[in-house]
Design a protein. Sequence first.
Length: 182
Amino acid sequence: MAYIHVPEGVPGIRSLVMYRPDTGQHLYALAQALLRNESPLSEAERELIATFVSAENDCNFCAGSHAAAARFLLGPDKILVDQVLADYRTAPISDKLKALLTIAKRVQQDARTVSDELVAEARHHGATDRDIHDTVLIAATFCLFNRYVDGLATLTPDASAYEAMGERMGTIGYVMPKPVSD
């Protein structure tokens, strides 16, 4: 049960943005800009970064919903999400994405530990300034989202709810939910 009065039965961040649409609209706009707008990283790669950071933060709602979005976007390669979460260093992803996930992990743990060496490694594997920037911003933003969701003890739904969430996020992106009528 959430620590504050939010719409009943609405999971995770959706309940919080419905509680405070004035701030929620900006959070959703940021998620849209990071995960759906133009980027050299694919939408699936950006969702994988969000999923990875959320899993590292033990935020079940965000990890589950963004994993579902990544699976939806990956289509037949959806098992890749589980492989990344099990061990991204051995998952069948590009060396560039592995290097970016290493940077994301450092941002999640202590952003001050992102080093010249880690950035050079990412560049060595083809990462651009924009790839590095977007990775750091996605990781930092999801640390905020994860703490927001868990810090207010929002509803974490059953695993069966995530597939529909992932399809919604993968098709329409991050759009404010409609208010619940009383």
